[in-house]
Design a protein around this ligand. Sequence first.
Ligand code: PEP
Length: 245
Amino acid sequence: MRKPIIIGNWKMFKTSDETVSFLNAVDGACQQLEVEAGVAVPFVNLGLAKQHAKNLIIAAQNCHFEDQGAFTGEISVDMLQDLGITHVVIGHSERREMFNETDETVNKKMLKLLAKGLTPILCCGESLGQYENNETAMVVKTQIQKAFKGVNLEDAKTVIIAYEPIWAIGTGKTATAQIAQDVCAIIRQEIANIYDEVVANTIRIQYGGSVKPENIKELLAQPDIDGALVGGASLDPTSFLGLVK
Ligand code: PEP
């Protein structure tokens, strides 16, 4: 049985005061949920967020794949681990589109996180043009194959995949539950092709793209959707609690 996991992606939102007031309002209400829940916080507020979160997972939104070195502005996995961070989002489409993240760097980050015992939340998903050209299956399969290159079978089971059609992120356009389910099933089948049925049945696949308290239930009712990665609707405490409850 796969436990659903809902992660809010705060992107470049919330000052330190706003981070603390969100967590003071939300964390206590997240005891004994039926799902795992957390928020992916900007780097500078990760340590602070950890201090104010007993129940929520505090995730990072990115990391570098080298241990240390002359990489101005970057943050290593060891630095995240020092703060007690256990989950890291990699390959978000905003990083792929605006910050030159490639399947190759995503793979390096995946291998580094797994080697250090952290959980990658691996994002994949097609653009509007690719969706309209019926290229979705090909695009996500390729992203999955490249991201999992060199990942062993045991480590693969621990990865969380977030399927996020780019045309649905921050646009208010949610993929229908059926579209999201169909693509998540394709992703799970691809994991079975690379590894085996056990890995495919263990790995958790989130859907992301304009998820809101009003549509999350239908999405999570789909057999291959095991949670959500949520941007906009995760920023407000009431909306976040509406998602996780
Ligand atoms: C995201 O940032 O991963 C996301 C899905 O954003 P939104 O929920 O705002 O579409």
